[in-house]
Design a protein around this ligand. Structure first.
Ligand SMILES: O=C(O)CCC(=O)C(=O)O
Length: 389
């Protein structure tokens, strides 16, 4: 299947879904052969199990099954639902669909990114460092569709208490330490909302933009992203990855798609099929993307990443950050302070759960409790200190 052009009739959502069916089934079979999914396991010393780490480094991704309990998933769904109910009616609008003042107007940056339904907002543009060089298929949405649909919700630790608590999840933090070292540091967060019949595509890309030409480049230098899945992820609505591509350096995506007869259905890709509560870890150097969601199932993926400290210290702003920003010790300290605050928010909500002690703030737990002072100095506007590379 080739991309739309002005000369060809518009692709219907139905045809798009039908055009994905065979590819989706084959991708699902390929994924099953990889042996990189299952429940999280730790050694007696509390470290991420070496078999899991080996599978992650081999393929560039891992699926942790059932990591987040149903009760917490339900709280997160409520949080996202609230944000969607109170969303402005479109980018920059002041009211929600009920005519109430929209959420987020007192924030330093709107937490909502809207797009035209089923569109590919970044493919083939210079946005985000031009890292999405090709355009995905853009089927025609149903005539009753709204003009704009929410594509991304950001700042989950400020907009949802459940989002902040998730950030401090002890198993997620231990996984981050296993991959990036105990002094790991945060990246950013973005919740991808792919509503049934409306959700747009995310064109094939690799996330990292800073270190491709570094002398000390390696397969882990751009960190990884978690995706916490609130609903079932099927081959039709899920993120797809090309296994092993985190080892290849910068990929010529345009040439790859051209060599595939212009089709977005890359031959070796696999879907990240998940149940609610599963968590994926995807290396940010992986070639990955997702198709327009012409299926009947919504996907909501809470996406947040972590880096090695050495990848970030001294780097300049990239992606959502201005190039004039420098990630010095102080910047890293205050962005990382969200982790002990999140761990304490979690401990207050789930008092019987063992808390993760984040090594860079060891001994400072009392100073970084979840309280009014730290909501003001650490949580508010935390996303302005993101560490994007
Ligand atoms: O979940 C998606 O559809 C896109 C996610 C993605 O591209 C990313 O996390 O970089």
């Amino acid at each position: 299947m080739t991309n739309n052009s002005v000369d060809t009739p518009a692709l219907t959502a139905l045809d798009h879904a039908a055009g994905l069916a065979t590819y989706a089934a084959a991708g699902s079979v390929r994924a099953q052969g990889l042996n990189n999914r299952g429940p999280v396991r730790f050694t007696d010393a509390g470290e991420l199990h070496p078999d899991i780490l080996a599978a992650y480094w081999r393929h560039g991704f891992y699926v942790f099954e059932g990591l987040i309990h149903a009760e917490e998933i339900s709280e997160l769904r409520d949080g996202v639902d609230h944000l969607l109910q109170r969303a402005p009616t479109g980018q920059g609008a002041l009211h929600d669909a009920q005519g109430r003042p929209a959420f987020g107007q007192n924030m330093a940056r709107s937490p909502y990114v809207f797009i035209k339904p089923l569109s590919d907002p970044f493919g083939g543009t210079r946005a985000l460092g031009g890292r999405h060089p090709t355009k995905m298929l853009q089927p025609e949405p149903d005539q009753r569709s709204p003009a704009e649909t929410v594509h991304i919700l950001s700042a989950m630790c400020e907009t949802m208490e459940a989002g902040l608590r998730l950030y401090g999840h002890p198993h997620l933090m231990a996984i981050a330490a296993g991959i990036n070292g105990e002094d790991f540091v945060p990246y950013n967060d973005a919740t991808f909302v792919k509503q049934a019949g409306l959700g747009g595509s995310v064109s094939w890309h690799q996330d990292g933009v800073t270190h491709w030409d570094s002398d000390n480049w390696d397969e882990g230098i751009h960190g990884f992203n978690f995706q916490v899945q609130l609903f079932e992820c099927t081959p039709q609505n899920s993120l797809w990855v090309v296994p092993g591509t985190h080892k290849l350096g910068r990929i010529d995506i345009k040439a790859l798609v051209a060599a595939n007869q212009g089709s977005e259905q890359l031959p070796d890709a696999v879907p990240l099929e998940c149940q609610p509560g599963d968590v994926t870890v995807v290396n940010r150097q992986m070639l990955h993307g997702s198709f327009a969601n012409t299926s009947a199932q919504t996907r909501v993926s809470l996406t947040f990443g972590f880096h090695r400290r050495s990848s970030v210290l001294g780097a300049s702003g990239a992606l959502g950050q201005d190039a004039s920003e420098v990630y010095d010790e102080e910047r890293i300290y205050w962005r990382s302070a969200l982790l002990p605050v999140a761990a304490d928010a979690r401990a207050q909500h789930y008092p019987n759960e063992e808390r993760y002690l984040y090594q860079p703030f060891a001994g400072k737990e009392a100073e970084f409790r979840y309280n009014a002072n730290n909501i003001k100095r650490v949580v508010r506007n935390y996303y302005l200190r993101d560490l994007s590379i």
